[in-house]
Design a protein around this ligand. Structure first.
Ligand SMILES: *Cc1c(COP(=O)(O)O)cnc(C)c1O
Length: 356
């Protein structure tokens, strides 16, 4: 898809660390590939990005993002097609989203060549790091943060954009148990809920640790006013199948991250003729459907987890158990369809695949 082919200067690693990877047991986010891309923004412009060996950074203790949180990130995956060629799933969509986050967080606009071509060049260089078995991929993490050496409070003027990559296995190995959160709040209209800002994760750690101690995997956040309209799950958007309709919260309040996987799922389902509603969905409506035997499926969607089936949903003292996963037509269809497109086994009719 992308026609631009910027090539950035490369300093190659002396000895690859690829031998450290055990292909049979890849854990998410534990090991990083040989190279990274680093770009500096200063005096109102981006300097020439460089690809170099993955290594530690040296930063002043007064570096702004550490104090005031001007930091955002993205998450993308690369796969190998049956011929062994690297393919990247929808990187332009992540590029556009990163710039939406950047605007809200007063971070500079990242040009498409630095983001998309940078990913392509990096993935090509480290293509030996893309695992090939089912449910594995190379996770790509671009991030952008403020690096002024100044602890006064004002929007920063110096920034760094970095891309690192990491071989990834399955994110959740089994269906997840979800706790409906109505005490802590993730996002309000006018806030930063729609951005992939580091702070959205920082603020979720304490409530997540509490529900993990209670035996749940993730939080389903509710709205900040009435605490009853469902929003999204930790790192994923959320879909419910009530009867034969698929429902997901709409994005109009700016409190939900517009997932690329969410968009892919809506597109694939509508093409298949399934009714998908993007609208407000209350926990009361989900509970009523459950009691009527109409809560058929519930799943999270995200780049890291792809489709993550929910086995149980706990709200106050009621736990709603979902039917056995084998009966789930929608989630099982989506998981297979998305995998076939991502691994290049099925024709890409949407322009989602970008070759490295
Ligand atoms: C990244 C993310 C998602 C999923 O987005 P994808 O583009 O599908 O990976 C959902 N919710 C939050 C809060 C996220 O940060």
């Amino acid at each position: 898809m992308s026609v631009s082919t910027s090539q950035f200067p490369v300093t190659k690693i002396a000895h690859s660390r690829i031998g450290e990877v055990d292909p049979a047991n890849i854990q998410f986010g534990k090991i990083y590939s040989d190279h990274m891309l680093v770009a500096h923004y200063e005096d109102g412009e981006w300097k020439q990005p460089e690809i170099m060996p993955f290594s530690n950074l040296s930063l002043s203790p007064a570096t702004t993002f550490m104090h005031y949180g001007q930091a955002i990130f993205e998450g993308i995956k690369a796969y190998k097609d049956p011929q062994g060629n690297p393919i990247i799933f929808r990187p332009q969509d992540n590029w556009k989203r990163m710039n939406k986050s950047a605007e809200r967080m007063a971070l500079p606009y990242v040009p498409e060549d630095i983001f998309v071509d940078g990913i392509r060049q990096l993935v090509n260089l480290d293509k030996a790091w893309i695992p090939t078995s089912e449910d594995t991929s190379l996770y790509i993490r671009p991030f952008l943060f403020a690096v002024d050496e100044f602890i006064g409070v004002r929007p920063a003027e110096k920034f760094m954009f970095i891309i690192i990559t990491s071989p990834a296995g399955p994110y959740y190995s089994k269906p997840v148990s979800i706790y409906v959160q109505d005490q802590y709040v993730r996002a309000f209209p006018g806030g930063i809920g729609y951005t992939k800002a580091a702070g959205n994760y920082g603020m979720s750690m304490y409530p997540t640790a509490q529900i993990k101690a209670m035996g749940y995997d993730q939080i389903l956040w509710t709205d900040g006013f009435e605490h009853k309209y469902v929003q999204e799950i930790g790192t994923m958007n959320v879909f419910f199948k009530l009867g034969d309709k698929v429902i997901t919260p709409d994005l109009s309040q700016g409190t939900i991250l517009a997932g690329v996987t969410r968009d892919s799922v809506i597109t694939l389902l509508r093409e298949k003729g399934v009714t998908v509603e993007e609208r407000r969905l209350s926990i009361d409506e989900i509970q009523a459907a459950y009691r009527a035997g109409e809560l058929k499926e519930a799943f999270g969607t995200g780049t890291a987890a792809s489709i993550a089936p929910i086995r149980a949903l706990t709200y106050h003292d009621e736990t709603m158990e979902l039917p056995a996963l084998e009966t789930w037509e929608t989630a099982n269809f989506l998981k297979k369809e998305l995998a076939d497109i991502r691994y290049g086994r099925k024709e890409d009719t949407h322009g989602w695949i970008v070759r490295a």
